[in-house]
Design a protein around this ligand. Structure first.
Ligand SMILES: [Zn+2]
Length: 381
């Protein structure tokens, strides 16, 4: 990972490079700041800069054998400590490191949620266990592979078990020669004060809106510059958050298309008496049940309830109360007349009931097809 590939953070990079050139690299540093601003990729790029023998004033060379190993996060003197959820797969970081590398390479701005998801352990508590401190000790007592530093990057040290923290503290107090500890934390206030006092603080600031917009424009060609600006404005300086906002937008758009499809076909059957469209509805239900998780199906049903409400309001000529995108308004111009005081209540009830049934593990295909049939009846009211 090269420093030039990291968004913004020029002041931090400059100071890091200077410390290397002046031969005064603090042996233990704490990069801290909010989520999604690039602390972890900065730590990795800095370690690579330190290790590269052909570095320039501002970056590693990117092509020497050391840099090539670093580009895969596979250098033998580069070690990672991160929280894990113990499972059959193992109980120390090495058992999970392949997944960790993959996640960081795919998405250097990853956060704690990305990681639990990558482990397949959503919503479970992850920890750095006591056993990890022995691993760290063992790794640092080995002879370095090259003649450079052994680097230990500790991601989310705030999730460290107290026993582990105390053992690490000993290492920080009497560090083996040529070791470089880089702690990367979102919650430094949760670290032991004794540990903090051993670390050189490196505050990493939020990114600017311009930096985020420019990066989205350069890396995501499918996103319009207006969308990029909107996401950057809402992301509060976090590139990860900006990506998440763009993702959600995509999902909303897809769900809206599915809503249109459902309503158009219900209208074809109910109002136009085109019974061929019944087959489309059957397929629609089948596909929703097959392709989407239960959580996604529920998210769709919630969106549908929102859309119905918006269309009811639209129909009554109060557009200032509608929160619709351009696409939604174009659709509403034709669709809204079919949502009225005779059916709005029952429409929303049917969608809410389907949502509850799916949450209670009912057969999604049956629930969704039944919902289609209800829509056919209600849309002609
Ligand atoms: Zn190099």
């Amino acid at each position: 990972m090269l420093l030039k590939d990291i968004i913004g953070q020029s002041a931090v990079k400059r100071e890091m490079c200077r410390s290397v050139q002046e031969g005064r690299i603090p042996h233990a540093q704490l990069l801290y700041g909010p989520t999604g601003i690039g602390k972890l990729p900065l730590a990795i790029a800095f370690a690579q800069y330190v290790a590269c023998k052909h570095r320039t004033e501002t970056d590693a060379c990117g092509v020497c054998p050391t840099c090539l190993q670093y580009s895969k996060l596979q250098h033998p003197d580069l070690h990672f400590v991160f929280p894990i959820v113990k499972s059959d797969r193992g109980d120390v970081c090495d058992d999970f490191v392949a997944d960790f590398r993959k996640m960081v390479l795919d998405n250097p701005y990853c956060d704690a949620d990305d990681w639990t998801q990558a482990m397949g352990e959503e919503k479970k508590q992850s920890l750095i266990y006591e056993k990890e401190s022995s691993e760290v000790q063992r790794k640092l007592s080995l002879k370095a592979f090259g003649d450079g530093y052994k680097v230990m990057i500790v991601w989310q040290p705030e999730k460290m078990h107290l026993a582990c923290a105390n053992k690490l503290l000993k290492l920080l107090e009497e560090p083996p020669e040529m070791t470089l500890f880089l702690f990367v934390s979102e919650h430094p206030e949760q670290l032991l004060p004794t540990i903090i006092s051993r670390l050189r603080p490196v505050p990493v600031p939020r990114l600017t809106e311009e930096e985020i917009t420019r990066t989205i424009n350069a890396q995501l060609p499918n996103v319009s510059s207006q969308q990029a600006q909107d996401a950057a404005r809402l992301a509060k300086g976090s590139y990860r958050e900006a990506l998440r906002i763009l993702d959600d937008k995509d999902q909303d758009k897809e769900m809206f298309t599915q809503f249109q499809e459902l309503m158009r076909n219900a209208w074809l059957v109910g109002v136009r008496k085109n019974y061929d469209a019944l087959q489309n509805l059957n397929q629609w239900a089948q596909q929703m049940a097959k392709d989407k998780s239960r959580a996604e199906q529920c998210a769709f049903l919630q969106l549908a309830q929102r859309e119905l409400r918006e269309n009811f309001i639209y129909n009554y000529g109060e557009p200032q109360l509608c929160y619709q995108t351009g696409d939604e308004q174009t659709f509403s111009a034709k669709f809204a007349p079919f949502i009225n005081e005779r059916n709005i209540e029952e429409f929303t009830e049917q969608f809410a009931r389907a949502e509850a049934q799916i949450m209670q593990n009912a057969n999604s295909r049956i629930v969704l097809f039944d919902l289609c049939l209800q829509c056919i009846v209600l849309i002609k009211k």
